[in-house]
Design a protein. Structure first.
Lengths: 481, 485
């Protein structure tokens, strides 16, 4: 029998606020344990939560960018369970009335078609702390609790079970990742847990409408592992069914060392979270004006940008995709074009020299020493034949090091292209006179030698002679007409 | 007349005229606490040293001409308020020796006025109870008759004021926990409108019902205390940013045109005869004072107790989850694993009434029962609130008994939780409705047990409530009677 895979994803996006969701503590990563805490995030008796408005703004932003409806009234709820990293014995989340609902994202399939993946909801919630299992002689056998991460803001984005393969799941995740990073609502760091994914995976015989029993996969912290985990899980479930067994509803942990998933807890051990509205927080009311205000701050999203690069600027789909993928890079490109750079050559330069140099020097595009103004200045000197493309690369290197304009480098280094016919003629004559044997061969029909002569003249000009003119003059002089 | 017989307002005048110093006042009170607490058990913690230091600071402020309403006045707080550097137990073994690192907003506000905190008061554990018998530190006793309960849960708050161990106290009221003990101890107790006083730093029992309020000797003192603690607090999302009136200047004695409703559902079977008579006499007094008395109906009254015990316990089951032995408070020793540690800690740390309510609440919120219990109770709550809002269309205040009986004997109801729950039958609806109400002395039973009168006001109209109470107090002498201790 053939089986169809059904995947739904729950993504926890850690929001880039300055402070935690329900108190004023900093949410800096990697500080001394329990140094970023207060009565509220420690869950001390009597402490009360106060909602951070910035969290709401970032949630609205994400909701709008993922085509969600923003609820005019949403409610915080308590999710009750005991665990040492959860100081209050409940997590403040949203349950019945989340802030965002009914959204979608389109993904591009291998066959070139687009597929719409539904987003059921996105809701705000607080993160838990961390347990550190003791490894020093004093702490061995103990678990230590670090509550620095407790109460940091998360947006949980829940998809519909619309994906039918691990690849589709990865496409959706990458798209979502790109959007939240683009929006600046998340730093996107998978390893530090800023973007965490749980996958609900089931299989069913092709043609069957009813979903199979699903397993929830947790603890997956890279795109590669997500693919690996889903593929392993699909195979496991099919083997189980084929072997006459039954898939049971359970939570499974992915082990990146073995590439396998293993049972964490079954349905019978599943928590009854006893959700109820949190009486410490009033309903969150969002006015249409607030939504419009946030909408006006939305950047152009990658998909729209890519389309514009192709249609308005004439870039290839591939180039447009590379440039649009990263918001800062796209903005750099846009800035250059706005300053008058030719879109196509600018795209080539950014994707070639700029990206190469960034990688080589481990620099972010936001810290690039060659500003859009400087790059535009350089491209202008190529366009007006002041320098050749080849010399331009030398100029680019020097600009990177010195932070000077192309003109400053060209002047200081005397790199201006020689276009004076007289000067080039002199060099051509010298080269012809110095290489009689090659001249004879050329005249004897070995046309390829023209390259040799051009090379010699360019060498004599230290690369500055206009190569087109050199070629033309050489041909003229060699054949005597 | 001795220093501790003076009201807050009278003591304020003496302090301002330098007839007495805050240190002298504080010493007098600390001596009286030392002398009477063994019998009454009203205090869990007595602040001998910090109180004197605070009194000295108050005297300096008075000397510098910077005295405020509460400067130098000895005030005690229910042990549910977090007090920085002081033990805050909530009358529970699970928080025995817990020292809070911060002050509740209400505490911070009276400290800003340089009030002197003389101690932390006994109460029912986690404010769950109506007799103060559910305290890990033993019951507080009623100063009028030590065989009687002082009421609860703010039993210590009411008894300490009645016993003149503090000039005023702070309590909390979730279902009557200020008003019922105030009635049983013949003092004035006010439960402000939900949102009027910040809950920040008050250990939560039922968050949507809990409200902070004062217990005092008379209505003027009550107005002064409320003035100090009322007002919006950004640290409590449920506190309401609405103007706070000048309560004292509203105590005009003028009741002209005031309409007072008597809810007919409150005067039915189960109401003690002495209580009924005292309240009816109070209604007559109001007529004499020029108020119009009208019968009104609060049709959903009979559902209030059931509704309350679902909502309050549901919230409590979640609020008390944090007492797990991980970060602070009691932790059971020699446990097998994490779950065992949780279970043994909570088994040893909580008293039986707290356990009962956690279980009730957990049940009410459980999957499959939520709609039938918690959700239904929320709907009933809306109807009860609507009852009050409808009544307030035609009257300015409601007049009712505080409790169906005068104070009962210690041990009388401990084995009958339902009977105990019914002692809050007249106070619980007010918390569900979220409005304000107060208890003031209105007489004694034939066997000399205090009886209280409840006045219920419109949401956020504590000014009218206090004015109505004050006029009655001026026309009667009940508040001047003192427990003989």
């Amino acid at each position: 029998m053939r089986y169809e895979t059904v995947i739904g994803l729950e993504v926890h996006v850690q929001l880039t606020t300055n402070t935690k969701i329900f108190c004023g503590c900093s949410k800096d990563f990697g500080q001394t344990p329990n140094s970023q805490t207060c009565p509220v995030c420690l869950g001390l008796p009597g402490a009360l939560p106060v909602l951070n408005q910035q969290v709401v703004e970032l949630a609205i932003k994400t909701g709008l960018a993922t085509n969600c409806q923003i609820a005019p009234r949403s409610i915080f709820a308590r999710k009750n369970y005991f665990y040492p990293d959860l100081p209050k014995g409940y997590q403040i989340s949203q349950f019945e009335l989340p802030i965002c609902e009914h959204g979608w994202l389109d993904i591009d399939l291998e066959n070139g078609e687009r597929k719409r993946i539904g987003i059921t909801r996105a809701h705000m919630e607080e993160d838990a702390g961390k347990l550190i299992h003791g490894d020093s002689p004093q702490t061995a056998g103990n678990s230590l609790v670090d509550l620095n991460r407790a109460c940091t803001p998360l947006l949980e984005i829940v998809s519909e079970p619309d994906m039918r393969s691990a690849d589709e799941a990865i496409d959706y995740l990458k798209k979502l990742h790109q959007i939240v990073v683009y929006l600046g609502v998340c730093d996107g760091n998978l390893e530090e847990g800023s973007f965490r994914c749980d996958a609900n995976v089931s299989v069913r015989p092709y043609g069957q409408e009813e979903f199979g029993t699903r397993a929830e996969l947790k603890n997956i912290n890279s795109f590669r592992f997500i693919k690996q985990a889903i593929e392993y899980e699909v195979e496991r479930q099919i083997d189980l069914i084929e072997g006459g067994g039954k898939v049971i509803q359970e939570t499974r942990l992915f082990d990146s060392d073995t590439g396998m998933t293993r049972s964490m807890r079954g349905k019978e051990e599943a928590h009854d979270y006893r959700y109820f509205p949190d009486p410490d927080l009033v309903p969150l009311v969002i006015s249409p004006e607030w939504i419009e205000e946030v909408r006006s701050t939305l950047p152009e999203l990658p998909e729209v940008k890519r389309g514009r690069f192709v249609e308005e600027l004439g870039l290839s789909v591939y180039d447009a995709g590379v440039l649009a993928a990263d918001r800062a890079l796209a903005e750099y490109f846009d800035a250059c074009v706005a300053l008058g750079s030719d879109a196509k050559s600018c795209a080539n330069w950014i994707m070639g020299e700029v990206l190469r140099k960034l990688k080589e020097t481990d620099t972010e595009i936001t810290d690039v020493p060659i500003t859009p103004e400087l790059l535009t200045g350089l491209l202008a000197r190529i366009a007006d034949n002041t320098i050749s493309g080849k010399i331009a690369k030398t100029v680019f290197e020097k600009m990177w090091q010195k932070g000077q304009t192309a003109d400053q480098i060209i002047d200081a280094e005397g790199l201006k292209q020689v276009t004076d016919t007289g000067a080039i003629e002199g060099l051509v004559d010298e080269v012809i006179a110095a290489n009689p044997a090659q001249v004879a061969e050329y005249l004897g029909g070995k046309d390829k030698l023209i390259g040799f002569f051009v090379g010699k003249v360019m060498q004599a000009s230290q690369g500055k002679a206009n190569p087109g003119m050199v070629n033309q003059l050489l041909k003229k002089k060699l054949t005597g007409n | 007349m001795t220093v501790y017989d003076l009201t807050l307002a009278e003591l304020r005048a003496k302090l301002d005229k330098r007839e007495i110093s805050a240190v002298e006042v504080t010493k007098t009170y600390l001596d009286r606490i030392a002398a009477t607490n063994p019998a009454l058990n009203t205090f869990i913690t007595i602040c001998n040293e910090t109180a004197l230091a605070e009194a000295q600071a108050a005297d300096q402020a008075i000397a510098a001409g910077k005295a405020q309403a509460l400067t130098g006045l000895p005030i005690a707080a229910k042990d549910i308020f977090n007090t920085a550097g002081l033990r805050t137990t909530c009358a529970s073994r699970i928080l025995d020796n817990y020292v809070s690192p911060y002050d509740a907003t209400a505490i911070a506000r009276i400290k800003e006025q340089k009030a002197v905190i003389v101690g932390k008061l006994n109460m029912d554990e986690f404010a769950m109870g109506s007799s103060n018998e559910n305290s890990a530190f033993g019951p507080a006793r009623n100063p009028w008759n030590q065989d009687l309960v002082p009421g609860g849960s703010s039993g210590g708050s009411a008894a300490s004021v009645a016993a003149r161990q503090a000039v005023a106290s702070l309590g909390t009221d979730t279902g009557g926990s200020i008003r019922q003990p105030a009635a049983h101890c013949s003092v004035v107790g006010l439960k402000p409108t939900y949102g009027r006083v910040s809950r920040y730093g008050v250990i939560a029992y039922a968050s949507s019902l809990d409200q902070v309020g004062p217990v005092t000797r008379d209505v003027r003192d009550c107005a002064l205390m409320l003035q100090a603690i009322a007002g919006y607090d950004p640290a409590d999302s449920t506190s309401v940013n609405t103007p706070v009136a000048d309560y004292q200047s509203n105590l005009t004695g003028d009741l002209k045109g005031l309409k007072i409703g008597l809810p007919k559902e409150y005067f039915v079977e189960g109401l003690d005869d002495d209580v009924r008579k005292a309240v009816e006499l109070a209604a007559d007094k109001y007529r004499e004072l020029g108020a119009e008395i009208i019968e009104v109906s609060l049709p959903h009254t009979s559902y209030a107790v059931a509704c309350y015990y679902l909502i309050a316990t549901a919230e409590a089951s979640s609020n008390l989850a944090r007492y797990d032995g991980v970060r602070y408070g009691l932790r059971a020793e020699n446990t097998e694993n994490l779950v065992d540690m949780y279970m043994q800690t909570r088994a040893a740390g909580f008293g039986s009434e707290v356990k009962r309510r956690i279980m009730l609440g957990t049940y009410a919120l459980s999957s499959g029962y939520y709609d039938a219990y918690y959700l239904k109770a929320q709907k009933v709550r809306t109807l009860i609130r609507q009852d009050f809002l409808n009544a307030f269309e035609s009257v300015d205040a409601l007049l009712t008994p505080v409790a169906p009986t005068p104070a009962f004997a210690l041990g009388e109801k401990v084995n009958d939780p339902l009977q105990m729950y019914l002692s809050d039958i007249y106070t619980i609806p007010v918390n569900l409705a979220g409005t304000c109400a107060m208890s003031l002395p209105c007489g004694f039973s034939t066997d000399e047990r205090p009886i209280g009168l409840q006045l219920i006001g419109k949401p956020f109209d504590e000014a009218t409530l206090l004015r109505t109470a004050h006029a009655y107090e001026q026309a009667t002498d009940w508040h001047k009677k003192q427990a003989n201790i």
